[in-house]
Design a protein around this ligand. Structure first.
Ligand code: MG
Length: 237
């Protein structure tokens, strides 16, 4: 029995060390933004809005705060000047703490639109049972497999692998032959695995064969973004 107790103690100590080291690594990962790979197009690094426009083509009017940009509610969504087909996208975001007077439970609404067509929702969904309009959802299409949301005020990340819908000409008109597909990691955990997106979501642009911009949504909340980069895929056509 004594020996057994010792072994248990040793195991507990080893486990404690493991837990401490794993959580330290996680904290470090959270503090340090993920560095873009060499082949990435850096869309925002805290410097300026040179890669971005408002939807009407005018210059973006969001704020830069340190290495982040912040939605200025009412100034409109912003989209990349460049358009993309298949890609890998990294976005970090931070939803604001709701004012204590707020009646609405879920604040921090924004979103990352892929090709301006398909929205990966951003919302303060911390601690809720995630539905198909919560943070990480393919908006109104599919809830995330897990709710990985952090508390408001903490930096979070999306890593999104996107394959555009495929189209072929039929009687001179483009006809969709394959749905768009998406894999999403939220804070490093897979929440959608190569999911089909059957159509544009909510306020997205209609589907089509042409490439589309990445759009960050102004939905009336001071959501922040940082460290936004994209790697277009080679087999886009
Ligand atoms: Mg949204």
């Amino acid at each position: 029995m004594k020996d057994c107790g010792k072994v248990l103690l040793k195991t507990a100590a080893a486990l404690a060390i493991l837990i401490v080291s794993v959580s330290c690594a996680a904290t470090e990962m959270q503090a340090e933004p993920l560095r873009p790979p060499e082949e990435a197009i850096v869309l925002f690094d805290g410097t300026d809005f040179s890669h971005w426009l408002k939807e009407d083509g005018e210059p973006a009017e969001w704020k830069i705060l340190g290495d982040a940009m912040e939605v200025v509610p009412g100034k409109g969504s912003i989209m990349t000047k460049q358009t993309f087909q298949d890609f890998q996208l990294h976005v970090e975001f931070n939803v604001p703490q709701a004012p204590s007077s707020a009646k609405e439970q879920k604040g921090g609404n924004s979103g990352v639109y892929l090709q301006r067509r398909y929205e990966i929702q951003i919302l303060d969904s911390y601690g809720v049972e995630a539905e198909n309009n919560d943070c990480g959802a393919i908006y109104r299409v599919k809830a995330p497999d897990k709710n990985m949301c952090k508390k408001p005020g903490q930096w979070q990340s999306y890593d999104i692998r996107f394959r555009a819908a495929r189209f072929a000409k039929e009687n001179g008109h483009p006809k969709k032959t394959e749905d768009a597909r998406v894999t999403v990691l939220h804070n490093g955990v897979v929440i959608h695995s190569d999911e089909e997106i059957p159509n544009k979501t909510g306020a997205g642009q209609p589907e089509g064969a042409e490439a589309g911009a990445i759009l960050l949504q102004d939905h009336g909340y001071k959501v922040r973004f940082r460290n936004v980069w994209i790697v277009p895929a080679d087999d886009a056509h």
